[in-house]
Design a protein around this ligand. Structure first.
Ligand SMILES: [Cu+2]
Length: 466
């Protein structure tokens, strides 16, 4: 059995630093610690209680606790927060302890856990501990298993963390509003044996979506399908930190979906297996290799892979509208339309009017376009080769040979070995040989006579993309 010292050896680990602001509550309550920024915090080793390998919350942090007679006590504060979605855009959300999502709660199988929940919202709330085995009265469903926690009140939840695995917490009170406003958090129950399913890095985040009109700060809470910001932990690319690993390490990434639609999460350059859901670890004989896994609404997935191949590997939702930020929506399709003359005429009436998308939307990556205050271009992020045409649910897994164990700092862009980057062909370009028969190998059309030229008109604009 490995010693406790081994376990703490890879300590690229920081205690909660200056960013953690103490807000001492009443003497009998555990301190309600609050976080004031959206940077990814390096994992903090448990100062007491059973040992475990901490997770890394993408653009987030884990909640400190205190031990009280062998009970692990946490204090969550439901409150209005300001969350930076990416540099250049902040949102008025609701969350916990200063951020949306709230802090990750990490406990160990068998721990007795007591969570104080203080409500500083203008309406009642509750906390449902999604996926947990617990006494029914601790399940957090307003009206069904408890009265709502009124504004200003504090409730206590207490149960034993029975099953190790991947969980989340969220209100079961006015869910449509409270989840649309960002109220959610991750929960990990580590196995009692720290070597069970041990990995070198363990990243966690939640998927959420918002409908925030360009220029405004507060999500529209009645939106059912037409969201314009798709986030990992209430962040959008290029505001989502990379997930960094050392070549050869075993990496786990866990995510849960609290949006209003499913998300096929896709990873480049490596195949992975789903080793867990919110229902528990999957049996080894049930696993098969994938490079995308769909996560339905209310589901969680834990994927694992060996980080064998160095590079900057894209990691994103495969729905193309979910890797796009607010300004890309409700723009009519203009491919092939020469509307220069029209633009001139409109410019006399609307000086800022600009033509979008004549040659596709890639121009938008680099466009110096006047945006309303507090919104993001539809895609952005500068990579080593130019604009990265992405937004929303997109980040990068950075695998490096020389990344130190336990070091989560961004190593910068990958330096490709000579001769391993796609390059421009500069030789002759002969005319490609094309079949003239529509349908290629299929039979020629029976119709005789002149070819008919087709004009295809695409519908202008779109709504309700999911
Ligand atoms: Cu998606």
């Amino acid at each position: 059995m490995s010693t406790r010292r081994d376990f703490f050896k890879n300590a690229g680990v920081l205690a909660l630093g200056a960013a953690a602001v103490s807000r001492a509550g009443a003497a009998s309550l555990p301190e309600a610690v609050s976080m004031d920024d959206a940077a990814t915090k390096a994992p903090a080793l448990p100062p007491n209680g059973r040992p475990f390998h901490p997770v890394v919350t993408l653009n987030g942090w884990s909640l400190p606790w205190r031990m009280n007679n062998n009970v692990k006590e946490f204090h969550l504060v439901a409150e209005a927060v300001v969350r930076e979605l990416a540099p250049g855009m902040k949102a008025n959300l609701w969350g916990y302890n200063g951020q949306s999502p709230g802090p990750t709660i990490e406990v160990v199988e068998g721990d007795r856990v007591r969570i104080f929940v203080t409500n500083r919202l203008p309406e009642h709330t509750s906390v449902h501990w999604h996926g947990q085995r617990l006494p029914n009265g601790m399940d957090g469903v307003t009206g069904l298993t408890q009265p709502g926690i009124a504004p200003g009140k504090t409730f206590v939840y207490e149960f034993v963390a029975k099953r190790p695995g991947t969980f989340m917490y969220h209100p079961h009170a006015d869910e449509m509003t409270q989840m649309a406003m960002g109220m959610m958090g991750f929960w990990v129950t580590h196995p009692k044996d720290p070597n069970f399913m041990k990995v070198d890095r363990d990243f966690v985040f939640l998927l959420s979506n918002y409908d925030i009109e360009p220029g405004s700060f507060t999500p529209k809470v009645n939106t059912m399908t037409d969201f314009n910001l798709f986030t990992f932990n209430s962040r959008v690319f290029p505001g989502i930190d990379p997930m960094v690993a050392r070549q050869g390490e075993r990496v786990r990434i866990r995510f849960g979906n609290l949006t209003m639609t499913n998300h096929p999460i896709h990873m480049h350059g490596h195949e992975f297996v789903v080793t867990g859901t919110d229902g528990g670890w999957t049996r080894p004989e049930s696993r098969w290799p994938e490079v995308s896994v769909d996560v339905a609404v209310g589901q969680m997935r834990a994927i694992e892979f060996d980080a064998t191949d160095p590079g900057d590997w894209a990691f994103h939702c495969h729905k193309s509208h979910h890797t796009m930020n607010a300004m890309g929506h409700d723009v009519p399709t203009m491919i092939g339309v020469d509307h220069g003359g029209v633009a001139q005429k409109i410019n006399r009436l609307v000086p800022d009017y600009m033509v979008m998308g004549e040659r596709g939307m890639a121009d938008m990556e680099e466009m110096e376009m006047p945006l309303p205050d507090n919104t993001l271009p539809m895609m952005g992020g500068k990579g080593p080769f130019g604009g990265v045409g992405m937004g929303g649910m997109f980040t990068v897994v950075k695998v490096r040979k020389d990344q130190k164990p336990g070091d989560y700092r961004d190593p910068g862009w990958y330096k490709h070995p000579a001769g391993t980057v796609a390059y421009e062909w500069t030789g002759a370009l002969p005319e490609p040989v094309r079949s003239r028969a529509a349908g290629g190998q299929s039979m020629a059309p029976a119709r005789k006579g002149a070819d008919v030229e087709m004009t295809v008109r695409k519908p202008a604009g779109h709504a309700g993309h999911n």
